[in-house]
Design a protein around this ligand. Structure first.
Ligand SMILES: Nc1ncnc2c1ncn2[C@@H]1O[C@H](COP(=O)(O)OP(=O)(O)OP(=O)(O)O)[C@@H](O)[C@H]1O
Ligand SMILES: [Mg+2]
Length: 349
């Protein structure tokens, strides 16, 4: 069973003068637009239930204003909920007193910000050491401890530079190193790579993925970008108007979008390069035919299968054990977009 690190339960956030007084309207199903128009309150989050597994990268997606930042900020209680619970390692974040919360933020959950959030008058080394300094470690020792993280993100040699002397990508490396230096188990990344150029952004994704194979942090990563979500996310939750519309494994969301809103997110992705044969295969016994590994993407599988006499392939796991089979027809079907119009669950217009 997956080990759950962060449990968000029935979480509601309403912004305005008297949030509690309008909560019942939200329970009764009032829309975000009506709540604003009739009662002057903004629905930030509505009945959020999300389990964030330990040691994985959980992505939160959604259009601007859908509630992503509001949600991630509840995890370290930068925002107080109107109702609901946030449980981390069996500890109720909302029950923490000021000191416990301070310790939690300094030691357990680090944030990486979209605009980097660096101290402009501090050097790179001082910025990275900062998280340790606020833990009470002397600057000299903090710098010594954080040097390894500077090295890991590729900033060796830039210790005495100031943020303004660095490119955006390098500044965010400082932000990442600072978050890692505190040894926090949880990294909260709110559009951390969104301000970067596409190539630099891909570089940073690689840096993060590379570090993650070794560090196994619990990472909550917000992005607008589905390609980024697919590249780094072990699971994805998609928000609209403060509610989670769909969550689960990225592959499953692509082949089975819950409604038109989700379909709009997934419709333009390159299915051939993203979907893996294991998502579409018939499980169980194999067939005689070429072997392909379960993580093979459809585009590559198509090459093999189209050229095979059997027009089908045997699917094996990384250990070489047969886990199922896939036919040319299944691959072709997987390459085509699902027809959301026929989905009775479709709620979005
Ligand atoms: N302090 C606040 N006071 C009032 N309304 C707020 C406040 N913070 C957020 N909101 C509202 O809550 C909703 C969710 O905002 P949030 O910032 O979480 O969205 P987001 O998904 O992070 O958007 P973006 O992609 O633009 O960063 C929006 O309607 C926003 O206007
Ligand atoms: Mg935001």
């Amino acid at each position: 069973m997956t080990d759950i690190k962060i449990k968000i339960e029935s979480l509601y956030k309403i912004f305005g003068n008297k949030p509690a007084s309008v909560l019942q309207h939200v329970h009764d199903g009032m829309s975000k637009a009506d709540l604003l128009e009739k009662h002057g309150h903004v629905l930030g989050l509505k009945d959020i239930n999300v389990d964030i597994p330990a040691r994985g990268i959980s992505v939160i997606m959604g259009l601007s204003g859908s509630g992503k930042s509001t949600l991630i900020r509840h995890i370290n209680r930068l925002i107080e909920p109107t109702a609901g619970k946030v449980i981390i390692d069996d500890q109720d974040v909302l029950a923490m007193n000021k000191k416990q919360l301070g310790d939690f933020r300094r030691h357990k959950a680090s944030m990486v910000f979209q605009k980097f959030g660096l101290h402009v008058h501090k050097t790179v080394a001082e910025n990275v050491a900062y998280g340790l300094v606020i833990q009470g470690i002397a600057l000299k020792e903090a710098k010594k401890q954080s040097q390894k993280w500077l090295d890991r993100v590729g900033l060796a040699g830039f210790e005495e530079h100031y943020p303004s002397q660095l490119s955006g990508g390098m500044q965010q490396r400082v932000g990442l190193a600072r978050a890692l230096a505190t040894d926090a188990e949880i990294l909260l990344m709110d559009e951390a790579f969104s301000a970067l150029d596409p190539l630099i952004r891909t570089d940073m994704q690689d840096v993060l993925l590379d570090l993650q194979t070794e560090l196994h942090k619990t990472i909550v990563f917000i992005t607008h970008d589905l390609d980024e979500a697919l590249r780094i996310g072990d699971n994805i939750a998609i928000l609209r108007d403060g509610a989670v519309i769909q969550q689960g494994e990225p592959q499953n969301i692509i082949i089975n979008p819950a409604d038109d809103y989700i379909f709009d997110f997934v419709k333009d992705i390159n299915r051939g390069r993203v979907l893996q044969v294991k998502t579409l295969m018939s499980t169980g016994t194999g067939i005689s035919g070429p072997d392909i590994v379960e993580k093979t993407v459809l585009e590559d599988a198509l090459q093999v299968i189209a050229n095979a006499d059997t027009k089908a392939a045997n699917i094996v796991d990384e250990g070489g054990n047969t886990v199922g089979s896939i036919t040319l027809e299944q691959v072709v079907k997987g390459l085509a977009r699902p027809d959301v119009e026929t989905n009775p669950e479709s709620r979005y217009r």
